[in-house]
Write a protein that binds this ligand. Structure first.
Ligand code: SF4
Length: 429
């Protein structure tokens, strides 16, 4: 979007208005692939209705199914994979004959793209928060995951480049930075640096204008004490750990090729909580991985009950061709996987409700976001322990007479009610 805007294109979020429609796709799991295909077909119908003249499909789905998509979707003018971002101007140019584009072979060799601080950007998020990608790709062997094949080998951005980008974003009014990568906790390893994520987080926490720096997608074997100490010591480093664990039974973790067991994960969470008081721990699990027995699932359930995570997301296993798990025997019936998912979520709902209820009467610092997404009768915001889009929020039902904060401002909210995901309260001065 940044490159397009810089060369004179106008960007619209309304596809009906566009001459050129670009569909950026995901190719991770079944549900994401379906959503991507639906979006492409919707865009194609705009083209056949004479609204758009050019349709470009970009991203991971292209990286994974380039040949198939080309063969089955003649209405698409150009496909660009994850490493062809710099071709965007070329494929959007009405003079380009898109059939003459270079064909990039499938697989790791092609995925080398890494942006830097000079890459033009258009924020697709509200103006007060922004994501920064600190690394790309992944070298881990998780058996269910196709990402390494779509995104290539792990490679980190330079330290200085990330700092420079953070400064630019802070100057533009961003208050919350969210650091992402496929494997964040490994940041800097390939540059020969130790504990680079901890250093990066510390440095970013000293950026004028920023208020929160959040890290997403850490890996359980790479949570160093140095990193935890930065979370504990730096007021702007949010007390929040997002760490997908996927399972807790040793058998399942082993066949997922992730290692560890329930006891080692429990010790890890204890260490995290001991070093960073009041930290919120978020994780995700997969139910129905091939070979997951009743006992394995019971162990996962007991683990969740015992650890009392602050937030949990649960996915059912998606059988992805080209991954090692695809060839594993003892596939779990998808209905059973869905039931287990529901059971696990029910267990977590109880825990979340209790944890939220314990906050009633507390006054918390909230990043004000404006009108609630659910109803125009309420406002909403987030505490530092709530990441945008994936966690709950703080709904605001009252404020002192005449007090109307701007989105991106920080306010104090007295919590008066609590639900499973969201808290409800009023602004106090
Ligand atoms: S660490 Fe994440 S991205 Fe990498 S292989 Fe495992 S699940 Fe996939």
């Amino acid at each position: 979007m940044g490159q397009l805007r810089q060369s004179g294109y106008q960007i619209t979020a309304n596809a009906e208005e566009a001459d050129t429609v670009v569909v950026n796709t995901c190719g991770f799991i079944d549900s994401a692939k379906k959503e991507s295909i639906e979006a492409i077909l919707e865009a194609a119908s705009l083209k056949s209705a004479g609204k758009a003249t050019r349709l470009v499909v970009a991203g991971c789905l292209v990286e994974r199914y380039r040949d198939q998509l080309k063969a089955e979707m003649p209405e698409v003018d150009a496909f660009i994979g994850t490493s062809q971002i710099n071709d965007i101007l070329n494929v959007c140019n009405p003079k380009t004959n898109t059939r003459s584009l270079p064909v990039i072979p499938l697989g790791n060799q092609s995925a080398t793209y890494l942006y830097d601080e000079s890459t033009p950007r258009v924020l697709a998020t509200p103006s007060y928060y922004a994501f920064i990608k600190i690394a790309e790709g992944c070298d881990r062997p998780c058996a269910f995951c196709f990402i390494p094949q779509m995104r290539g080998h792990f490679r980190s951005r330079r330290f200085g480049s990330i700092i420079a980008e953070a400064h630019q974003l802070a100057e533009e009014g961003v208050k919350e930075l969210i650091l992402v990568a496929q494997d964040s906790s490994r940041y800097g390893e390939d540059l020969g640096k130790q504990d680079a994520l901890a250093h990066l987080l510390r440095e970013l926490s000293h950026t004028d204008g920023l208020e929160w720096v959040r890290v997403m997608y850490t890996y359980p074997t790479h949570i160093s004490d140095t990193f935890l100490d930065v979370l504990a010591e730096e007021p702007k480093a949010v007390k929040y750990l997002d760490m997908p664990l996927q399972h807790a039974s040793q058998n399942v973790l082993k066949s997922m090729r992730r290692g560890g067991n329930r006891a080692s994960l429990e010790r890890l969470i204890e260490r995290v909580r001991a070093r960073v008081p009041d930290i919120a721990v978020r994780t995700t699990f997969i139910t129905g991985f091939p070979g997951e027995t009743k006992e394995d699932f019971k162990e996962l359930l007991a683990f969740v009950r015992n650890v009392e995570f602050d937030r949990v997301g649960v996915f059912t296993y998606s059988n992805e061709e080209g991954t090692p798990a695809y060839d594993l025997p003892n596939k779990v019936d998808s209905k059973l996987a869905t039931q287990r998912r529901a059971r696990l979520m029910k267990e977590q709902a109880k825990i979340s409700r209790q944890k939220n209820r314990a906050r009633i009467g507390e006054t918390v610092r909230v990043l004000f976001e404006g009108e609630s997404k659910e109803t125009e009768l309420l406002w909403q915001g987030r505490m530092e322990t709530q990441a945008p889009d994936i966690d709950g929020c703080v709904l605001i039902n009252d404020a002192p007479e005449g007090f109307v904060p701007e989105p991106g401002e920080f306010v104090n909210v007295l919590i008066e009610e609590a639900h499973e995901h969201d808290l409800i309260g009023r602004i106090v001065i």
